[in-house]
Design a protein around this ligand. Sequence first.
Ligand SMILES: O=c1ccn([C@H]2C[C@H](O)[C@@H](COP(=O)(O)O)O2)c(=O)[nH]1
Length: 341
Amino acid sequence: MLTAPTFSSVEGAYLALLRLTTEEAEHHIAARGNEAREVIGVGFRLTDPRQRLPYLAERKANPVFQFAETLWYLAGRRDLEMIGYYAPSMRASSTDGIRLGGSAYGHTLFSPASGTKQSQFDQVVELLLNEPDSKRGYLPVFKSKELADRESPDVACLAGLHLLPRDGQLHMVCNMRANDLDCGLLSDVFSFTMIQEYAAIQLGLELGTYTHFIGSAHVNDRDSERVKRVLDEANSRPAAPDFPFPAMPESTEGATIAHVLQHEEALRTNQLRYNAEHIHGLGLDPYWEQVVMLFELYRQIQHDQTAAVDPGLLDALHPGLRWLMERKWPVCAAAPDGSLR
Ligand SMILES: O=c1ccn([C@H]2C[C@H](O)[C@@H](COP(=O)(O)O)O2)c(=O)[nH]1
């Protein structure tokens, strides 16, 4: 078979790549001081790109960051202020403490390029509405000018995203020059499949397959202990948790993203606090209400000195998101008096 191996969710692909790098690494590299085991030229296909979260207690995926990064991309942003609140480690990638560079993929994709009114994304959507069979719906992200600065801490790892409407479905092929399999892959696949689903809605198409190709697939040596624990968990658990991820509502458009981000900012800056009832009254689709609930829970974790988060919010959360929140932050798994439930 010459197409990439197929998986029904990102978790299967993630585990297969971790096993490959652990057992059959081709190279040992030390680029920019990061020692890593590497395999070159790998890929996989997801038949259901909505199944974009891994349910592995040892991995502790952070759904708050995943949605924050996706919205940051979809809004075409590159400010450190927003994304640094959810991922303090990204501060090190900014040269001026204000903006991100190559890794602000959304800025490249969703904000108008200089001298134009349309973003690359809007141009590709227009192209594909006119000629769905087109092979030109490519969104380049890595820029040749990034090669000029050898000291840059932030060079795009995403080479580009290719949108392919075929038989009523929107397929996407992603090309990455490099992917950190333990730290980068999961958040990249989450955000890129969200961009794919958003694009499918704008084109009036069903969601198709997602194919991911990587030039340098690697695991840093400093992460190898965690990778071992993740693989041990996957090998020893009786069954993988199964929490199907819902579809993005068809009403989703740029204004929806802007609306969710208004609430995001108010919560990030601790100007508002919500309970589940407030969130149900915001006029958002239940899908996007879930995202505001995640931001409110994160506000409680960051800004309130609380022994336990609001149990009403946890009860209103999608069971898969709740499962992840409880494993990521002990304060989400605590009873109101702070003891473990
Ligand atoms: O979206 C991203 C951005 C970065 N990385 C990882 C890949 C590399 O481990 C590192 C970038 O290092 P350089 O290749 O730029 O040295 O970050 C990803 O996996 N995904």
